[in-house]
Unconditional design. Structure first.
Length: 525
């Protein structure tokens, strides 16, 4: 699976981020799942207890109350939506972060100043500014300053993504305006282009909008504007899409409680664990990653439901919206309530998790595509495309390095993320060399084996995300003889020896989709 700002996968525009399990210093929603005490720490994942801490209950309450609040805002006018949503978001931030709210305000003001000063190059400047502030933010305790709350960390991480995206959208607008002035030719509205440069108050209202403020999903300023100016919002369906999206969450929650109770992560930190037989040590990472997935499935589904309740991120199906990015095709707005009611809508723009695809896709790179999908889009759009390398694997490594930094400074993030390029290179070379030579039956068997190994690779990498420290991660990996690293290296060397092509641009016989591989199972939606 890919992880975004937490992991990632390979998409048409390049790899998309994979967001494997994280803990301290996690991204928005990820912070909800972990437990820690530093600015870079999350809340609960560390111990994966079957009980919930006060911080975890706070995250859950924020997720749940966003649903009825969304229904209240859905049919409101643009002004009430803008300032009401910002007031709720700012109130939540002040309540959970207290004086540490100052960090988000400083980041917003700094980004806005850069946009005003250098609108034609503000994207790179905003990226440097927000990522530099993350380093300062995580070093506060070393400087003798008050340590921010985990909630502050969650707000800061999502805010970083939003402000970098905003700067990029403003830069695109200015470049389009300059081109128009140079040619003297005025084109019609361009898909996704902002109508004008946001004011300071516009920037503040976008930054503090309660939607996804601590949990995601990430959304662009253009998506936010479309919600404010949504024509005939009463015609946009909410209740039925919400119920369709929410129904698996209780089951996932029960599975999380059961698996985390039977297989607590803390056992891996005890000396007695390493006296167990090798098969037991190998097996243990499977339920740990299972519990991790179940927790995030619940959290991200709840976050999506909050968006759906407000009609946030709803676009016509014909617009072919992408998670994070929004519409890819221009669709004229409906001219009457009747026409609006006849339009079929979807919420792909704010879709953050595909549970079925995550569990049943075949390849490592495909797995990334289904996990933390909006952040994956952000990484592919703003990091991968501008990576200082042309090689797919090197670009992937660069993207995952910055993704790990975004999550925090714990060595476990870097060890896990930087294992991904090796897995991508190995599966690409070996598949290119061998799969196409097999018959239909052989390819089907290959895909089942590939799926099994993909899941084990993510089990293995998850241990770094949840153990966090260098010592704990290396100790566990050493106890299973670095099996995934060894297997990936062997596959890469074999693929090279057999003349396999590189990852990403090769042409091979198509692997089955997740639905083909496990057709007997139903999607959660």
């Amino acid at each position: 699976m890919e992880v975004a700002a937490g992991g990632w996968v390979l998409g048409e525009g390049g790899p998309e981020f994979l967001d494997p399990p994280k803990r301290k210093g996690l991204g928005a929603l990820e912070s909800w799942a972990l437990q820690g005490k530093g600015p870079g720490q999350g809340l609960l994942l560390g111990s994966q207890r079957a009980t919930m801490s006060p911080e975890e209950w706070t995250y859950l309450v924020v997720l749940l109350i966003s649903i009825p609040i969304g229904f209240l805002f859905k049919k409101a006018g643009p002004g009430l939506k803008r300032w009401g949503a910002a007031a709720v978001g700012l109130g939540l931030t002040l309540f959970t972060c207290g004086p540490h709210t100052l960090h988000s305000l400083i980041t917003i003001l700094g980004t806005w100043a850069l946009i005003q000063a250098q609108p034609c190059s503000c994207h790179a400047l905003a990226l440097a500014w927000t990522f530099s502030y993350l380093l300062f933010f995580r070093a506060l305790s070393l400087l003798g300053l008050p340590t921010p709350t985990p909630f502050t960390n969650a707000v800061q991480l999502l805010l970083t993504l939003k402000l970098v995206s905003l700067a990029s959208e403003v830069q695109d607008l200015h470049l389009a305006q300059r081109k128009e002035m140079a040619t003297g030719f005025s084109k019609g509205p361009t898909l996704g282009l902002l109508p004008d440069v946001p004011s300071l108050m516009d920037t503040l209202s976008y930054s503090y909008c309660y939607v996804g403020i601590m949990t995601g999903p990430f959304f662009r300023y253009r998506t936010y504007l479309d919600w404010l100016e949504q024509p005939f919002p009463g015609a946009v369906p909410s209740l039925r899409p919400l119920l369709r999206r929410a129904w698996p969450a209780p089951l996932f929650g029960l599975l999380f409680l059961l698996s985390s109770h039977l297989f607590p992560l803390e056992a891996v930190r005890e000396d007695a664990f390493y006296a167990r037989p090798l098969p037991a040590r190998l097996f243990y990472m499977i339920p740990v990653f299972f519990a991790f997935r179940m927790r995030f499935y619940v959290a991200w589904i709840a976050a999506e439901c909050g968006c759906i309740a407000a009609g946030f991120g709803a676009y016509p199906v014909a617009a072919k919206a992408r998670a994070g990015g929004g519409p890819t095709l221009q669709c004229p707005p409906p001219s009457s309530p009747e026409k609006a009611a006849s339009v079929e809508y979807d919420y792909e723009t704010i879709r953050n998790i595909d549970c079925y695809g995550t569990d049943f896709c075949v390849r490592v790179r495909e797995g990334m595509r289904y996990w933390n999908m909006t952040v994956q889009w952000w990484l592919a759009q703003y990091i991968y495309k501008s990576a200082p390398a042309r090689s797919y694997v090197l670009r992937s490594a660069w993207t995952m390095l910055l993704s790990a930094y975004w999550h925090g400074l714990h060595p476990g993030y870097y060890l896990s993320f930087l294992t991904i390029p090796l897995c991508l290179a190995a599966e690409g070379r070996l598949e290119s060399a061998l799969r196409g030579r097999l018959g239909p039956g052989g390819q089907k068997a290959w895909d089942w084996v590939h799926w099994f190994l993909k899941m084990r690779a993510y089990d293995y990498m998850c241990m770094g995300f949840v153990l966090l420290s260098l010592g704990d991660t290396v100790r566990y990996w050493a106890s299973v003889y670095f099996c995934v690293h060894v297997l990936a290296l062997a596959a890469l060397l074999l693929g090279l020896a057999l003349g396999g092509g590189g990852s990403g641009r090769r042409k091979t016989a198509p692997a089955p989709s997740a639905s083909t591989l496990a057709a007997e199972k139903l999607r959660e939606e």
